[in-house]
Design a binder for this molecule. Structure first.
Ligand SMILES: [Zn+2]
Length: 338
């Protein structure tokens, strides 16, 4: 049996700020919340009715994230989780336009989160970037406003990327095409959710119209040989979040063993592993790795390759990428040779 370092260093590219809020943090933001209420209202069951059902939990968390203090508490809480999980690099995403109900301007929301992330990076040594999300149900103006925010923060801030998230099955791409183009033209890196609530046709749509460098989830590309081939040939990286997928995909993915992550890896798709939603999905990245070892027989070398693929596909600055590659190479001598 392989002897494993207990908590290997990891990189995580797909992580929603409003899906990673511990009970202690919720109790600080909403005093009097009991653990039973937290588990019922803020954590999704192992099987949700749908992605929309799953998304009711982050919606409740977002309601608590409407002040600078709340945004700082949630960011600090996430970094506490990342340190415990030995995450060396994380890309943290959120939709700034969801945090204005308390009177904050979107620019201020981004500044507060960026400064909280910068302080947490300095305090913990965990490296991080920030990705701003537009959401499927936003109109073209809201989507463009988010893209402009990302472009404006590119020079001085930690923002590196722009993402399209939300209800994939319920809303189309049209309102977001110009926003994604604007972000890309200003040097913002592009990722987009697809192939989660819709099948391979939804992945094709996003590839055709948004031309992202990475796809969040995307795992249902496996349903169509031609779509799968686009990933193998095109080098678009998949941010794969198996536990979250099993939660939201119902009968399409009855159990972890039915997840296509291992088939995608064997087919030669560039991919890495993320939690998506540490508290809503109730999973750490270490637990995700344990499931991959247990269910699919992934080795430390397989996981090291996944981490290095994450670094290669990351939106981090070149110097940070080089440092991370050294970290992962030191932790797993030799995985690059396989
Ligand atoms: Zn996501």
């Amino acid at each position: 049996m392989e002897v494993l370092p207990r908590v290997q260093p990891k990189a995580e590219l797909h992580l929603h700020l409003d899906c990673c809020v511990s009970y202690a943090c919720v109790a600080a933001l909403r005093p009097g919340t009991t653990l039973t209420e937290y588990l019922r209202d803020y954590v999704a069951p192992a099987k949700c009715a749908s992605l929309v059902d799953f998304l009711t939990r982050p919606s409740r968390i977002v309601q608590l994230m409407q002040t600078p203090r709340a945004l700082r508490l949630v960011t600090d809480d996430l970094f506490t989780q990342l340190v415990a999980d030995n995450v060396a690099y994380a890309e943290i995403r959120f939709a700034p336009l969801l945090h204005t109900a308390g009177g904050m301007r979107p620019e201020h929301v981004v500044e507060v989160v960026e400064s909280a992330v910068a302080e947490a990076v300095a305090a913990t040594g965990v490296q991080a970037s920030v990705i701003l999300c537009t959401l499927r149900h936003f109109d073209a103006d809201a989507s463009m406003a988010t893209a402009r925010l990302a472009a404006a923060r590119l020079e001085d801030g930690l923002v590196t990327g722009f993402d399209l998230a939300g209800d994939e099955a319920g809303f189309g791409l049209d309102p977001h095409i110009a926003a994604v183009r604007h972000a890309r033209e200003h040097g913002v890196r592009i990722t987009a959710h697809a192939g989660e609530a819709r099948g391979a046709d939804g992945v094709d749509d996003v590839l055709d119209h948004l031309r992202p460098e990475r796809i969040g989830h995307g795992v249902r590309c496996i349903e169509d040989e031609r779509t799968l081939e686009r990933f193998i040939a095109g080098g678009v990286h998949l941010e794969v979040c198996p536990t979250s997928n099993v939660q939201t995909m119902g009968d399409l993915m009855p159990s972890y063993a039915d997840h296509p992550v291992d088939r995608l890896r064997r087919a030669g798709v560039a991919l890495s592993i993320s939690t998506d939603a540490r508290t809503v999905a109730n999973v750490t990245l270490d637990q995700e790795y344990e499931r991959l070892r247990h269910v699919f027989g992934w080795t430390s070398a397989d996981l090291a390759r996944s981490n290095m693929a994450a670094v290669e596909a990351s939106f981090a600055a070149p110097a940070v990428r080089r440092e991370l590659m050294r970290t992962f190479a030191a932790a797993h001598p030799g995985p690059g040779s396989g």
